[in-house]
Design a protein around this ligand. Structure first.
Ligand SMILES: Cc1ncc(COP(=O)(O)O)c(C=O)c1O
Length: 366
């Protein structure tokens, strides 16, 4: 029995007709840059999320840069975020010549702990950037309340949570600007790099659209220093073919997470989703003591697993200049060594889940 971690090949075979037709249509029209598929996709993303503006872009990293350009992050500003995330979160803050300020995470959601944010605020703080790790939004009400009190902006790095909801609406509605990634292995992925920035604010939207194309307000007239950050039309065509299937896939991911939870209960610590939000299960992560040992045992049995992430941003060499090396983060320092991501995709069947969970039970016993 072969078990795939993400199973993009199977997904392609299922939607092949629509995907191939959409790509062929772009080839026939040769409208490779900003073709009409871009505008159609942006409308679809708006309808899907209920957010007023969706601006597609080159990837989830550039989406973060565009969001920070929109709120006018300046050199020396501070942006509060989590150390337990993909490098892009902190990297883009640093690329803006701002300073990432890391705050410990919550033991349940693995996201930034709002009770620790206030202590990190200084007169240079400009924004809070929570990440929705593994597909579950952070505690947005608490974060937004702090932002309001201190007059800060909130950008959600939603690269892993497109479509997740918070208090019954898409998480993208619970911040000033929301960013996401359509990297192929993300819950909604294209066939290369892709991303989007979403906002309910007209002014931010206007600026992000300009920033995405070198800060131009019309062709060859540049109001701002921006970036070359457009999404390719072919990637929009792929996403347009996949989006109609996305709700069903997320439902399946949730069903699979439930089956994992039931079968693993008592063997390992299983992930929890808070009652007021949903997850799109970008990852299903279990918490175990001898993580690396379990990983290699499962590998030998043909079960692929992955570690997101093996090192906190505070400990990354590139952030040495921030001086976090010897600062302890009680929760994140432990979780970084204990979380292991199991295969997760909408096409895992019960037999495969049974094999995975049986092997985990077996490996944990002996
Ligand atoms: C939390 C987080 N932020 C940002 C990104 C960057 O997205 P991209 O790879 O599309 O640039 C990722 C992608 O892995 C991510 O997981």
């Amino acid at each position: 029995m072969k078990i795939d971690f993400a199973n993009l090949q199977h997904q392609y075979q299922l939607y092949k007709e629509e995907i191939d037709a959409n790509i062929q249509a772009v080839l026939n029209k040769s409208n490779f840059i900003m073709g009409e598929e871009i505008q159609v996709l942006e409308k679809e993303l708006q309808a899907f999320t209920g957010v007023k503006h969706a601006i597609t872009c080159s990837n989830g990293t550039d989406a973060l840069l565009l969001a920070m350009m929109a709120i006018d992050i300046q050199p020396g500003d501070e942006v509060i975020t989590t150390p337990f995330t993909f490098i892009a979160t902190g990297e883009t803050i640093a690329l803006m010549k701002a300073r990432p300020v890391f705050v410990d995470i919550d033991e349940v959601t693995f996201n930034i702990d709002p009770s620790k944010i206030e202590a990190a605020i200084t007169n240079k703080t400009k924004a809070i950037m929570p990440v929705s790790l593994y597909g579950q939004p952070a505690d947005m009400d608490e974060i937004n309340a702090i932002a309001k009190e201190y007059n800060l902006k909130v950008i959600i790095d939603g690269a892993q949570c497109f479509g997740a909801s918070y208090k019954n609406t898409c998480a993208a509605n619970h911040c000033d600007i929301y960013t996401t990634s359509f990297f192929p292995a993300k819950p909604l992925g294209c066939y290369g790099d892709g991303g989007a920035v979403l906002t309910n604010d007209d002014e931010y939207a206007k600026k992000i659209k300009m920033m995405r194309v070198h800060g131009q307000n019309k062709r060859y007239y540049h109001e701002y220093i921006g970036i070359g950050g457009r999404l390719d039309t072919i990637q929009a065509a792929v996403l347009l073919a996949k989006l109609p299937h996305y709700t069903k896939e997320v439902e399946e991911r949730n069903r699979i997470a439930q089956v994992y939870n039931e079968r693993l209960r008592g063997t390992v610590i299983t992930p929890q989703i808070k009652a007021d939000r949903t997850s799109v299960w970008a990852q299903y992560a279990i918490r175990v003591n001898k993580r690396d040992e379990l990983k290699s045992k499962l590998e030998k049995k043909g079960i692929p697993t992955s570690i997101h992430y093996p090192k906190l941003l505070t400990k990354q060499e590139c952030f040495g200049y921030l001086g976090y090396k010897n600062i302890k983060f009680n929760v994140a320092d432990n979780l970084v060594n204990e979380l292991l991501c199991l295969p997760m995709n909408a096409f895992l069947n019960n037999e495969q889940i049974e094999k995975i969970t049986n092997e985990i039970a077996c490996a944990q016993t002996f």
